[in-house]
Each structure stands twice: as C-alpha cells, then as structure tokens.
Design a protein around this ligand. Structure first.
Ligand code: AMP
Length: 209
C-alpha cells in the first residue's frame, strides 16, 4: 500500500505514520526527518536546507524531490510506504506522478489552526536521535530525556510560536491545494484529528480499509 499523509504541520502526521508503519509493516518516510538527519551529519544538503527550515519556509522543490527519489528507490519501499510531509506543493505531487508512482490513498488529517499552535508549543525532539515527544500527549519517562538514547529533549527552532504561524500560512497557501489535486484522482480521505491519539489512529485505519 502506498499512502500519503497530508495535514498541517503539527496535525499529528508523524505519530500516525508510526502507527500505520507498525500495522502494515511498511516504512514511514518523513522528508523533515531526512533533512534533520542530514543537518545533524553536516551534509551539503543539510546545510543548504538549514536556513529554510529554521525560518519555517519550505525547502526548494528540487531539493526535496531529489531526496524522495533517492529514498523511494531503496529496497524497503518495494512493498509500499507512507509519505509524511511529502508532497507539500503541487510541483512535488506532479514529480511523484512523473516518477510513475501510483499512490493508493491520501489521508488528510484536519486540525484547526488554533489547536495546532497550542499543540506545537508542547512538542520536543531529541537533539541526538531526533525522536519526537510532547509535554502533554507523549511524555518521556524522565522529563527532558529521550527514552531511546538518553539524549536531551529540545524544542525545534521551527516550533517557536512566530515560526509556527508562518508555517501554517505556508501550509494553507502551498500544501492545502493538494487536497483538490488528490480529490480529482479519487484518492483523498479526510480524517478529523481527535484530542486522543488513539481515536485519530482508529479513524485513520478506517480510512485505509
Ligand atoms: P516537518 O518535520 O515535516 O514539519 O518538516 C520540517 C521542515 O522541513 C519544513 O518546515 C520544511 O522546511 C522542510 N520540509 C520537509 N518536507 C518538505 C517538503 N516536502 N517540501 C519542502 N520543505 C520540506
């Protein structure tokens, strides 16, 4: 199964991608995570993306399209995958079509902007391994410490309140038109993001049936 998760930044795509990954045993691919990993390793691509990311802007299409092409060519994607955070613009979706990749379903997780802003202020990531936590919804066992690698949990620069507002603006302008794009292909299913992660997961699984 080839799945795209759409939704505003902070709508819970990453968490739901992990759940789908466990259930269907297909890799969850997050362009944001790939870019952050490149940044941690200091690669040229990571350095190129840094200023865009820190300001909450989209990394240029040609960069992310290159990233996704390389990632989808790997063997573990042969049986399907979940895309989390790609495509984010119409040209990115068109690039995916041009690659000959046939997507089965596009699940759009809808959450109101004011709720998103509140949620994102509580998001924390491990500066060492990139694992994601939330002060309210996904607490680590020990405050400020990563369960997986004992790294320090920090707030992403692009999760600061001012940047969140600009990311939401960009989402509405650049990414939301993808809903019509995939609706026209008969692939779009809309799920209302719930307060409880498990409730959203149930709706996402239903949408994938
Ligand atoms: P995310 O972790 O998905 O919220 O992505 C974090 C940041 O990475 C975004 O704000 C962008 O700067 C960059 N990014 C990730 N995916 C894409 C994409 N498909 N197109 C453009 N920029 C992206």
């Amino acid at each position: 199964m080839k799945i795209i998760l759409l939704g505003a930044p902070g709508a819970g795509k990453g968490t739901q991608a992990e759940k789908i990954c466990e259930k269907f045993n297909i890799p969850a691919i997050s362009t944001g995570n790939i870019i952050r990993e490149a940044l941690r390793s200091g690669t040229e691509m990571g350095l190129k993306a840094k200023s865009y990311m820190d300001e909450g802007k989209l990394v240029p299409d040609e960069v992310v399209i290159g990233i996704i092409k390389e990632r989808l060519a790997k063997e573990d994607c042969a049986g399907g995958f979940i895309l989390d955070g790609f495509p984010r613009t119409i040209p990115q979706a068109e690039a995916l079509d041009k690659m000959g990749i046939v997507i089965d379903k596009v699940v759009d997780i809808e959450v109101a902007d004011d709720k998103i802003a509140a949620r994102m202020s509580g998001r924390r990531v491990c500066e060492k391994c990139g694992a994601s936590y939330h002060l309210e919804f996904k607490k680590p066992s020990v405050d400020g410490v990563c369960d997986a690698c004992s790294g320090t949990l920090v707030q992403r620069k692009d999760d600061h309140p001012d940047t969140v507002l600009s990311r939401l603006e960009i989402y509405h302008k650049e990414t939301e038109p993808l809903k019509s794009y995939y609706e026209a292909q008969n692939k779009l299913v809309i799920v209302e993001g719930q307060d409880e992660v498990a409730d959203t997961t149930r709706l996402v699984f239903e949408a994938l049936e």
